[in-house]
Design a protein around this ligand. Sequence first.
Ligand SMILES: Cc1cc2nc3c(=O)[nH]c(=O)nc-3n(C[C@H](O)[C@H](O)[C@H](O)COP(=O)(O)OP(=O)(O)OC[C@H]3O[C@@H](n4cnc5c(N)ncnc54)[C@H](O)[C@@H]3O)c2cc1C
Length: 855
Amino acid sequence: MVRFLQLLAFAWLAARVAELDAMTLASVIGRLKMWAVSMVQRAASHVRKGTVQPSKPWERFHYLAVTYHKSGVYLMVTLWEKIFNALGTTLDDTGMWRTPPCYTLEMCWHPAAPVRCWIDMFSPELRDKEEAATGPVLIAGTVRDPLEMVVSAYCYHHRGKEVVGNMMFWPPGSVAALGPKKGVAFVAERMTQLVENMTAAFEFPRNDTHRVSYEKITRSSEDFDKQVKGLLKFWFDGLISPEEHQRALEAARLVDMHRHPEAAPEDHANDAECMNQARKAVFAMPIQLLARYRAFQRSTITITAAAAAAAAAAAIIRLNLSDQHIACSIASCGKSQAMSLRLDELRRALPRHLQERLRSLGRSDVSSTGPIVYWMRSCLRGHENPALDVAIHASAALKVGLVVFLHIEDQYPHATARRQLFLLQGARSAQEELLQRGLSHVVVHVDRHGNRGVHRMLMPKAQLVVAEEPFCVPWLRGIEELRHMGGPLWLVDCASVVPCALVPQAACHRAYAFERATEALHQQLAPRHWHEVQPEGEANAPLGWVLPQSIDLKSQHLEALVKDMDVDQSVAPVSHTCGGSSEGYARWQAWVNAGGLKTYAKRRNESLDVHGVSRMSAFLNTGMVSPMRIARLAFAASGAGKGKFLNEFLTWRGLSYAHFYHFSMPATGATLAQLPSWAQQTLLQHAGDQRKVIPVEQLRAARSGNAAWDGMQRYLVETGELHNNARMGWGKAVLKWTDSPQAAIDVLIELNNVFALDGHAPPSYGGLLGCLGLFEGPKQESAVVGKVSYKPPKSKYAAMPEVARELLKCDVQVGGIARYFETPTADHAVGEAAPKRRWTRKLESEVRAPLIEID
Ligand SMILES: Cc1cc2nc3c(=O)[nH]c(=O)nc-3n(C[C@H](O)[C@H](O)[C@H](O)COP(=O)(O)OP(=O)(O)OC[C@H]3O[C@@H](n4cnc5c(N)ncnc54)[C@H](O)[C@@H]3O)c2cc1C
């Protein structure tokens, strides 16, 4: 009787599926007959949970096939049924559920079965509940372009395919009465939650989640096979015999409409004319709704690479689950299993927030037994450091030691004593942090006379080198060198809030496009806390050889080290800004406490108002503070200036990083080719225009003859800083004083990178090339600059040296105070809780000089 009711229930459900996707009743009955026959045939041989060794995959794992209205419901349900049927499931093993609340009991049956199909209801929250109740589940689902789902749903329901009604979305008949404009918007609005669930679950599929692309599986038989093979690998790799695999594949092929057009449900295809009209009507949707769907769309597009990785990652999970029946983090995989992993499998098993920051170059196999080496160069911090976390994971998974090679280089273009001291101060604080994190193989190396090239001896010993994404000069050269060495190399984006790899290349030319493309991701990622990974014993495992000598920067005279370096010693360090993480967070905190974030929108455009802006760029560009943390803190703050600050910080900064990630400059330096083609053309067309050429030495010495420009240049030379608003006029003037567009680029880079403490970073090149048309469109044509916009420096900037004196005076005090701040602790992360009490106490007891207003 129970069986009979279940069969009835399945018939009812299949009819509902048929109603959803226009499958005919005849095909439902046919399918049911096949199902029933196969059940009987297999019942005798079937083994369910007992004391004997599990012999079927679903005796080891739970399986979930999930699908959403118009993402391929018919397809997924039939695939699920055919594949598991072919492998011998019985009715006892299978269950189905649809959209809570379950309207009728017949629609939902056997909720605890090990092999289930869910329609319209899967979400990350439900997955978590499910996992808590049943243990690990291998989930596969169909995903389709969300706007195509809406268009298809509109046309389908508009032609009256709502016999029983789509109870969860709208009352029967309502869509049939609406024309495309209203109808598409109506359908989109009602399907939002469902699409959001789909996107959230499959945007960055976890390694227990696999995406089946609707677009691909319906494109051709070849693509169908690829998708099905991917699905079978994900679900059953190592769990079924080759014969069973072949049987499942053959059974699945019956669902391929290209091979079996007769299997397609009747009346399935929408009218092409309706689809065309509905696609056009998408653009008439309310702007907010369309923006939401665009964000969904981007998310479903960006997932492709990650989705392809899921099958391999699942193999790792299965490897462990099948023996231990518990989910295994990569860190706890057994040694022999781990050693046999290829690096790309290991990479796919990393946590999502690291995986999406990682680019793999060089070989992908693990061929030596050497350590993991993290080459720390431009991300000088021991916290919230994605490259370090990746290296720790890799060391744990491969059960080998981790060497952190903290390297301060010299002999790069425009290296100065000013910058080197700042970097060394940052390195000193990073060294301390690394030791506090429990890492013992930390080698600090400072390039200087007679002491260079150590990295070239160390790197070949590594079985994997992890380095920071280089983005621009001077970091590119070292990465090129490493690539020539040929070993496995992972580059990790440590600088972006939204990882550059997730930003579409096409959105990296203009700020508005970048902002739009990343809006949803920023909303999602900016508030997110960083989950630090703790190094385990493996990281400090003996290496079996002697590491290069390390410098203890705490006990070193940093100025003396700088003197020994091959850098421009004529550009003296600035005393008002001291490098290091706690210095950076202290500056941030002081600025926020002083109301800087609140008044940012009002004050940020006034270049003479030194403390109207955060002055964080040098700390950010050298990785001494975490951009993720600054984003998080700003996001959590309130006040009028917050939005504007986030716009500058997330959009303009993010754009620079994403641009140079996707459009790499040569390791030898930026050229005219880094500009948009309209800018290249117009500048070359005007290259012969008459102009006053001023030698670079004169410009360096602030002797252009233009009082405003010279004022800015002196300010830059003296302080190592220049306000954003002044910078554009400063840069554009140089374009008129150099004898060619390429010379303008070279001189600008020299002036900026030699003197600015925040130089040598993507925002530097973004700003400098921005003076020549990058991130802009063509404007009114004029001599020399062509169609590149031009604004002369404002005359008030002649007074900037006066401001400089004020800045230096104030900052000596702020810098003094900053050094008293403590490093983050569990309950008080630097910069996250207002350290007002401690700050005041230090002010009173430690600081003698007159104080600036800080609160
Ligand atoms: C010709 C020229 C040269 C520049 N050179 C550099 C440089 O060498 N290094 C550098 O970091 N920035 C450079 N910029 C961008 C910008 O001027 C600085 O980022 C900003 O002045 C840093 O000051 P702040 O930290 O007080 O910024 P705030 O106004 O407090 O902004 C906070 C953060 O947002 C980011 N940010 C703000 N404005 C921009 C922007 N326009 N582009 C990119 N990021 C931004 C920075 O990380 C900054 O620290 C340049 C701009 C121009 C026009």
